[in-house]
Design a protein around this ligand. Sequence first.
Ligand code: AMP
Length: 138
Amino acid sequence: MSKKDIFCQIIDGEIPCYKLYEDDDVLAFLDISQVTKGHALVIPKEHYDNFLATPQETMHKVMDVAQRIGQVEIKILGAQGVNILTNCYEAAGQSVPHFHVHVIPRYDNKGGFVLEMHSNSDGLNLPAIAEEIGKSLK
Ligand code: AMP
């Protein structure tokens, strides 16, 4: 049997967490490595490897809780903004192979989190790329 990932161990009560919210399908808790004050993780109780592998209904339940936590963090913690993100696969920075959404409050853009997206459209054929992706979404 394969080893349980750390979030399945949290769900099963084998590892403690600072719980924020729980229902039958979803658990939310503080990230152990706080990027900013209130950095939260939202996960489905059923194991799925990542966002892309999660059935729509479950994904919606997780995103609903992430939205509510973001709203609370603006209202209660005084955050000026919130980053909501999920990494899929190691190449995108995923370190725990269990679908999770980060909710990261932002305070005047200070804190340990810098989201840098370096644009580089040089040499890219945007109409062809749009056509290639778009035709698979029909
Ligand atoms: P990612 O890199 O997107 O897979 O994020 C995984 C996150 O899980 C990291 O931000 C870790 O700090 C966090 N993490 C790992 N172990 C624990 C734990 N036991 N309790 C809370 N957060 C954890």
